[in-house]
Design a protein around this ligand. Structure first.
Ligand code: GLN
Length: 271
């Protein structure tokens, strides 16, 4: 019998800017292509978050919706997410949700929204908003693409590493060339797209982590005709990179720095 992967889509009506709910669908689709049986459990705002799912996905949101989601996630009903993360279950949080999983988010009105402290990250609001296409490189050497739109400036602490190093775009704060965060099995990113539709390799990384937790490995991809996800990934890279000679930069950037330098030299992020 096929191994089962349970995916939780948390508070999609609050945290779902730019179609982030698609991340759950892509995970399920990708899981099926790896021969797994996938099931998506949608958790509406305020409903108890089940603590025993394999992968949790949360999307972005405007400040007001984000504040509500933050309160719910810190309530008894929302506590399942923190308990799941404590058991090394996989979490992917995009944009507003990424900020909520950090230590604190100081929103546009100067209001302090306490985070879940699953990521050693602090976010304050700055100007201008960081908006546009982003390309980063993960520590596995994968090029990740996405679209960012955030006022938040996130700074990583020592317990966390970036999800990617910025080759194009603003990233976490527009200064230190970091994008997103990863700490154990908790992943945060500013990349919309939805990010997993644009980066199937990241979907596979999340699935592998979920299976590794059970001592299992992700099987090979089963053929599925034309690979639309791979086509999209390439199309977005070409659209962004070819314009300003970024491919040259990418070729030079194969090596991932072993230790993350909190304020490493800035890669040119001019748009
Ligand atoms: N409210 C946050 C910001 O602007 C998150 C935005 C989003 O999720 N798109 O930084």
């Amino acid at each position: 019998m096929a191994e089962r992967i349970r995916i939780g889509l948390i508070y999609p009506e609050l945290l779902g800017t730019y179609g982030d709910r698609g991340n759950a669908e892509v995970l399920a689709w990708r899981a099926a292509r790896h021969g797994l049986a996938a099931e998506v459990a949608e958790v509406p705002a305020g409903e108890p978050v089940p603590p025993c799912l394999d992968i949790y996905v949360l999307g972005g949101g405007e400040d007001a919706a984000q504040g509500v989601a933050g309160r719910l996630l810190r309530s008894v009903a929302g506590d399942g997410l923190r308990r799941a993360a404590d058991q090394s279950r996989v979490v992917l949080a995009v944009c507003g949700a990424f900020q909520l999983l950090g230590r604190v988010y100081l929103d546009g009105r100067g209001e302090e929204i306490p985070g879940l402290e699953l990521l050693d990250v602090e976010t304050t609001t700055g100007t201008p908003r960081l908006v546009g296409e982003v390309v980063t490189m993960s520590r596995e050497g994968e090029l990740l693409t996405g679209f960012e739109n955030h006022g938040g400036r996130s700074v990583l602490g020592h317990e966390v590493e970036p999800l990617g190093r910025v080759l194009r775009g603003g990233g976490n704060n527009g200064h230190d060339a970091t994008e997103g965060a990863r700490q154990g099995a908790v992943f945060g990113t500013y990349l919309h797209g939805p990010v997993l539709a644009r980066n199937p390799a990241l979907a596979d990384l999340l699935l592998s982590q979920a299976l590794e937790r059970r001592g299992r490995r992700l099987g090979p991809l089963q053929p599925a005709g034309r690979d639309w996800a791979a086509d999209l990934h390439l199309a977005r890279l070409q659209a962004v990179l070819s314009r300003r000679g970024w491919l040259r930069l990418v070729r030079r950037s194969r090596a991932w720095p072993v230790a993350h330098q909190p304020h490493q030299a800035q890669v040119d992020t001019a748009k």
